[in-house]
Design a protein around this ligand. Structure first.
Ligand SMILES: Nc1nc2c(ncn2[C@@H]2O[C@H](COP(=O)(O)OP(=O)(O)OP(=O)(O)O)[C@@H](O)[C@H]2O)c(=O)[nH]1
Ligand SMILES: [Mg+2]
Length: 387
């Protein structure tokens, strides 16, 4: 494949690692490893991994099959970025050699190794100093250097209950950078991921939430990313209507019908990827797909809100027994995150709370004002899209 995979910060590296596991690359169980779309011709993963501290990458290195990563693509700094976007975006004052510079060097080498370059997929969190801050800066640099390549961000939003007081500023700044420099964002909410991971483990009791490991949450995210990004090829389906109906029910089970303010959620468009080695009769007009469109509240002004991709092969399953339905929606639930972030960040900003932590790394009033403007206009656009 002509894509470079960029894993940034703790969250970014852990999610991507789970993706490589899911795809069977780590233990070598995947099929056709020599023609693997995630690797270069020499069999090495086309991934560049960066973190400002060594712990996560060192652990990952131990768990991965020897030789899967190009050693020089593992880039570590000496000091975390303290959950501060500005510190991740700009190098620390007592600087080590720039992580940004080293990462761009490695990315350039990866791009040169392929016949053509179509884009970069970036894995990161929205609220960590490295993933959010350095991730934002990398998007800006990559966009500048490869204007024709696509940039897709796979981003994780923190728990709404609040993990760190800086998270609202970090989400604000990171999302506004992603809005400017990327072509798309697969956004995962940790609260939602936790609920779904819990359900997949068959646990309904809220008290067992603490037993859901980060690993099972990352497995869910990795499954979604693999479902959407693993190549597809059209196939002749044979599975019946009832089968796809029940797949749709399980996909839509956790959808909130309403926003936090009580207005119905809607989607402007949907991408649905169905994978099964004997699938059938799944077409945009089938009742399962109509049910999907209803559940996601597809807007009436878009006459073709659904793209359906189908594939017979699922690389995640060498036995060929696995079936999956993965749905990606341009969904109005983002408005809740935008509203919450804007409100909290605006209040903190008016009180000048923590501003000096950002200013000391060169993030000034202009950056904040622009980020507030960008996210406010995205929120307004989503609100008018549903009218
Ligand atoms: N789903 C998921 N979320 C994670 C994981 N690791 C961290 N997070 C979330 O990511 C956010 C913190 O970002 P990190 O990735 O830890 O931070 P970082 O990019 O390493 O940046 P610094 O540590 O500040 O330098 C929090 O919202 C965590 O809940 C993970 O493996 N899976
Ligand atoms: Mg970290």
């Amino acid at each position: 494949m002509s894509t470079v995979w960029l894993q940034v910060g703790q969250c970014g590296n852990q999610i991507a690692q789970e993706l490589w596991h899911t795809l069977g690359l780590v233990d070598g169980s995947c099929r056709k490893i020599d023609r693997n779309p995630f690797c270069s011709r020499d069999g090495k993963l086309s991934a560049v991994c960066v973190d400002s501290e060594s712990k996560v990458i060192k652990k990952m290195q131990k768990q991965m099959k020897k030789g899967l990563f190009r050693e020089s693509n593992l880039i570590v700094g000496k000091q975390g970025r303290g959950k501060n976007w500005a510190c991740g975006y700009n190098k620390p004052l007592n600087s080590e050699e720039s992580l940004l510079y080293k990462t761009m060097e490695r990315l350039r080498k990866e791009v040169e190794l392929r016949d053509c370059y179509s884009g970069t997929v970036l894995f990161h969190s929205l609220s960590g100093g490295t993933g959010a801050g350095l991730g934002s800066h990398l998007c800006e640099e990559i966009r500048d250097e490869y204007p024709l390549g696509q940039i897709l961000s796979v981003a994780v939003a923190p728990y709404q209950t609040g993990e760190c007081p800086l998270q609202h500023y970090n989400i604000l700044l990171c999302l506004s950078w992603l809005q400017r420099y990327t072509d798309g964002i697969f956004l995962f909410y940790n609260d939602d991921v936790l609920r779904r991971a819990l359900a997949s483990m068959g646990k309904k009791n809220i008290r067992v939430l603490s037993q859901v490991s980060l690993l099972s949450m990352n497995t869910y995210i990795a499954d979604c990313v693999a479902g959407l990004l693993f190549p597809v090829s059209n196939f002749e389906p044979t599975r019946g209507q009832v089968f796809w109906d029940s797949m749709v029910s399980s996909v839509t089970h956790f959808l909130d019908p309403e926003s936090s303010t009580g207005s119905p959620h809607y989607s402007t468009s949907l991408l649905s990827v169905a994978r099964s080695n004997h699938c059938s009769l799944i077409q945009p007009q089938s009742s399962a797909m109509k049910k999907l469109q209803r559940a996601y509240g597809c807007v009436s002004w878009n006459p073709f809100p659904l793209s359906l991709w189908t594939a017979s092969c699922d690389m995640r399953d060498p036995t060929g027994q696995r079936h999956s339905l993965t749905v990606c929606a341009n969904h109005s639930s983002i408005v809740d995150l935008l509203k919450h972030t804007l409100e909290k960040a605006q209040k903190m900003y008016s009180a000048k709370a923590y501003i000096h932590w950002y200013r000391q790394y060169g993030c000034g009033e202009g950056d904040f004002e622009q980020a507030f403007d960008t996210l406010s206009s995205v929120e307004a656009e989503y609100c008018s899209a549903g009218e």
